[in-house]
Design a protein around this ligand. Structure first.
Ligand code: GDP
Length: 196
């Protein structure tokens, strides 16, 4: 599974555009500005496949990227951006609720991106619960590792682990989209998931 062979295939603003053809799907979620686009761009080795955002939260769409003709990377719309209008928030909620209701069994692996510097937010917890309810394996990516001092990393990971109530079986990867740390581990896990 070669992540360097990635192409944008579809943007779904409503449920009729959800894509489902039996290929494995890796669903990426995270709050606005957490660096979701940067993580995706890092994985596929491109600067701007996923849009790295000047206007966070303005894109309530689910974007599908085909990876090496074998799997989809599903970029779920970011959440939790304060300046988004109420109607846009409602649109987000409707889209995501429908996505998790209808597409749950299509998700091969959930990737929840959080900020390593902060306690996961209430919205992160909601997303985490949605992934858990699908029954799919979930990988938690703790991004912006480069912003912490070495001594701060372990306590930060523990806080994330406790807040999300992760068990030993759950996977938590310290990651830096900026520097590339964690990339190989995340890629390996996704490749393994794809093999089933
Ligand atoms: P998105 O809204 O979640 O897609 O977030 P973006 O990918 O647009 O990133 C938001 C901001 O965080 C941008 O200014 C990025 O350059 C920055 N950023 C993303 N990942 C990292 C990281 O690992 N380290 C640092 N230092 N900055 C990051």
């Amino acid at each position: 599974l070669n992540f360097n062979k990635a192409e944008f295939v579809r943007s779904a603003g409503e449920p009729k555009d959800f894509l489902r053809d039996g290929l494995p799907q890796f669903a990426f979620a995270g709050r606005s500005n957490v660096g979701k686009s940067s993580v995706i761009n890092r994985l596929v080795g491109r600067k701007n496949l996923a849009y790295v955002g000047a206007s966070p939260g303005k894109t309530t769409h689910i974007n599908y990227f085909l990876i090496d003709q074998k799997a989809y990377l599903v970029d779920l719309p970011g959440y939790g951006y304060a300046k988004v209008s109420r109607s846009e928030k409602e649109r987000w909620a409707r889209l995501m609720e429908t996505y998790f209701q209808r597409e749950a069994d299509a998700i091969t692996t959930g990737v929840l991106i959080v900020d390593i510097r902060h306690k996961p937010t209430a919205n992160d917890l909601v997303m985490h619960d949605w992934f858990r309810q699908t029954g799919c394996p979930e990988i938690v990516v703790a991004n912006k590792l480069d912003k912490l001092k070495k001594s701060q990393v372990e306590p930060a990971l523990e806080l994330i682990q406790e807040t999300l109530e992760l068990t030993e079986r759950d996977i938590l990867i310290p990651f830096s989209a900026e520097k590339g740390s964690g990339k190989d581990e995340l890629l390996r896990l996704l490749v393994d998931a794809c093999r089933g």
